[in-house]
Design a protein around this ligand. Structure first.
Ligand SMILES: NC(=O)c1ccc[n+]([C@@H]2O[C@H](COP(=O)([O-])OP(=O)(O)OC[C@H]3O[C@@H](n4cnc5c(N)ncnc54)[C@H](OP(=O)(O)O)[C@@H]3O)[C@@H](O)[C@H]2O)c1
Length: 240
């Protein structure tokens, strides 16, 4: 899938990976980039349309869906990661509200537009979806749930012409990981690798130095084999 002439929406587009994805989409010839942000945004490129979009705010999601006339690519990027005491219900609920329910609500709001365009959804997920990061237990649980949601969407939407990509990123140098003293890839390099992966038709994308070596192992893993087998059960079932 080339981004040339496409309409793209990025949630959390004001900083970090979301900003890098918006800039990279512009560099690859996107005709319009809707930049979803919680605070007002100005951008020098006339192809950028700011969109007020707190992904936990149902009214803002509905207003955004009404404003966007057509859409080719939805990039579910907005997310939070807070340290927590494992099993603290309040912190878990906060992560689920943003990373899972907010992302799901945005996807539902734009699903009809994506079916009309035969478009794509890119879920920006994390290595923590595959294995829990103990100091960030709630984050890991929410990202694991999001991974399940994305693969469910993949199974149900394939028959309606919508392609679903998941991004399983390792450490990227953004505000989210500022305090972690570990090697990180740049958000710009990650954004390039994400769109390169989409271009190559890789449904699960490992966009950084830490995760890239796992790509081939993942594609032949029992989880992936089961995902393909279970996806067949979505054939003929009611749409998501
Ligand atoms: N950095 C990493 O190492 C890494 C690795 C794997 C996956 N990821 C994932 O990549 C995505 C982006 O993370 P990042 O590293 O770029 O983090 P970041 O720099 O902290 O940026 C997070 C973005 O999400 C937005 N956001 C948070 N809550 C929101 C809400 N309720 N509604 C709308 N937007 C909201 C933030 O907006 P405000 O500016 O308004 O807060 C910000 O734009 C996340 O989903 C994260 O889990 C990151």
């Amino acid at each position: 899938m080339s981004l040339e002439g496409k309409t793209v929406l990025v949630t959390g587009a004001n900083r970090g990976i979301g900003k890098a994805l918006a800039d990279e989409a512009l560099a690859r010839g996107a005709a319009r980039v809707y930049a979803g942000t919680r605070q007002p945004l100005t951008h020098t490129d006339p192809r950028v349309t700011p969109l007020t979009l707190d992904i936990t705010d149902a009214a803002q999601i509905q207003a955004a869906a009404e404003q966007v006339e057509s859409l080719d690519v939805l990039i579910n990027n907005a997310g939070i990661m807070l340290p927590d005491i494992p099993f603290d219900p309040a912190v878990l609920e906060r992560h689920m509200a943003v990373n899972f329910h907010g992302t799901n609500a945005v996807t539902q709001a734009f699903q009809a537009a994506l079916i009309r365009s035969g478009g794509s959804i890119i879920y920006i997920n994390s290595a923590a979806a595959l294995s829990p990061l103990p100091p960030f237990a709630s984050y890991s649980i929410s990202k694991s749930a999001l991974f399940s949601l994305a693969r469910t969407a993949r199974a149900f939407l394939a028959g309606q012409g919508v392609t679903v990509y998941t991004v399983l990123a390792g450490p990227i140098d953004t505000d989210m990981t500022r305090q972690l003293p570990i090697p990180k890839s740049s958000p710009e390099a990650a954004a390039q690798a994400i769109f390169d992966g989409v271009d190559k038709g890789e449904e699960d994308i490992f966009p950084d130095a830490t995760m890239a070596p796992m790509a081939d192992m993942w594609r032949n893993s029992p989880e992936k084999i089961l995902e393909r087998q279970f996806a067949e059960l979505a054939q003929g079932a009611p749409p998501a």
